[in-house]
Ligand binder design. Structure first.
Ligand code: HEM
Length: 351
């Protein structure tokens, strides 16, 4: 009976998806296909057209393949989990979750890889390629690069000790990229809290999503250039950010000198940099958040985000639950579905 219910839902969704896409060619569900740099339509709990059983018949082993590649990649390089989580964020905030971030420069594409937030920073492309190659062997021309990125982000969270979630699937891949979108939609690390809230709101995400998703900084690292301003000239007065705890501040200065050392790295959560847990929030309370955008969640004078930081620092379970919810919400930003976009043969280029 359960099987029947699931499949009926599946068939109805496929039917509706196909019908709607035909009636509105090029539009598809989810206001997909948008190539602007502004905000995107949202669906709260779930984008219409995406559903967890999308590959149930066409590629039932999709998640097993993703996980087996991830396990090896993360064993080789523990930071890879963080890099893949971030890749999904940088994909979704530019034209929606459509794998636009994976496209290389070509005659028709200006790659997002050269944007301020991505250049010399974004990683994990070769792991996505490895997953794609295995999937093309097992289920040719079936699984989109955008879904691979979403699956890799979830798998990386799980393999780092974080929560899992039922992941809606069925995203299709864009035929366009937006360098401008990448430069303007991804918040910079010296953002004020108000700026962060505005940029998340534009994507249909609220303060709760902002705080929970910032918790992704419980794993991975950042380059000196992204937090240098806090150490030497926070407000244009040649003084450090006064919210930085003293010992932590001194340690950071030794990694990140006033001049040079821009590519030196420091963990975003120095007490457990490869473990997905709630120490990120505890560190914020101790004045040991690495980026300005991290610390302002607590100090930026918005009662709600301050409260949430304290709550997640107290209750890891609550953080995990909200992180999972917010990841689903972020993963639902403007997907291409139906007949919009394509299933790329190679994630680096359009077909
Ligand atoms: C709230 C706004 C955000 C800002 C301003 C921000 C900024 C940054 C910066 C500057 C870095 C270091 C990059 C470098 O030095 O090359 C970074 C790393 C990272 N970010 Fe964010 N981020 C934000 C939100 C997010 C979200 C929503 C996620 C995922 C849910 C995320 C996940 C990560 C991860 C995992 C890393 C480490 C990557 C690695 O080690 O390769 N960030 N972020």
């Amino acid at each position: 009976m359960a099987f029947f219910t699931v499949n009926l839902g599946f068939l109805i969704t496929v039917f509706l998806s196909a019908t709607f896409s035909r009636a509105h060619p090029g539009l598809g569900f989810g206001w997909g296909g948008g190539s602007g740099t502004g905000g995107h339509g949202q669906f709260g709990g779930g984008a219409v057209g995406l559903f967890p059983q999308f590959y149930q018949f066409s590629c039932p082993q999709v998640n097993d393949i993703v996980m087996s590649v991830l396990e090896k990649a993360i064993a080789r390089d523990p930071r890879m989990a963080a890099s893949l989580l971030r890749l999904h964020f940088h994909d979704c905030f530019v034209q929606g979750c459509d794998a636009s971030v994976l496209l290389d420069d070509s005659a028709t594409i200006v790659s997002e890889k050269k944007s301020g937030p991505n250049l010399n920073s974004l990683r994990g492309f070769e792991v996505i390629d490895e997953i794609k190659a295995k999937l093309e062997e097992q289920c040719p021309q079936t699984v989109s690069c955008a879904d691979i990125v979403a699956l890799a982000a979830r798998g990386s969270t799980v393999l780092s000790g974080g929560p899992s979630w039922e992941l809606p699937l069925g995203r299709r891949d864009s035929k366009t990229a937006s360098l401008t979108g990448s430069n303007t939609n991804i918040p910079p690390p010296n953002s004020t809290l108000q700026n962060l809230i505005t940029m998340f709101n534009r994507q249909g995400l609220d303060e709760v999503d902002l705080v929970a998703l910032s918790g992704g900084h419980t794993i991975g690292v950042a380059r000196c250039v992204t937090f240098k301003q806090r150490l030497y000239n926070q407000n244009g007065n040649n003084q450090p950010d006064e919210t930085l705890e003293k010992t932590y501040y001194l340690g950071l200065k030794s990694i990140c000198p006033k001049s040079g050392g821009d590519n030196n790295i420091s963990p975003l959560d120095f007490s457990s940099p490869a473990r997905f847990d709630n120490t990120y929030f505890k560190l914020l309370i101790w004045g040991r958040g690495l980026l300005n955008s991290d610390e302002v969640l607590l100090t930026g004078n918005v009662g709600k985000t301050m409260e949430l930081v304290k709550i997640y620092a107290e209750d890891e379970n609550l953080f995990f639950k909200q992180f999972a919810k917010s990841m689903i919400k972020m993963g639902n930003i403007s997907p291409l579905t139906g007949f919009s976009g394509e299933i790329r043969n190679n994630c680096h280029r359009v077909n």
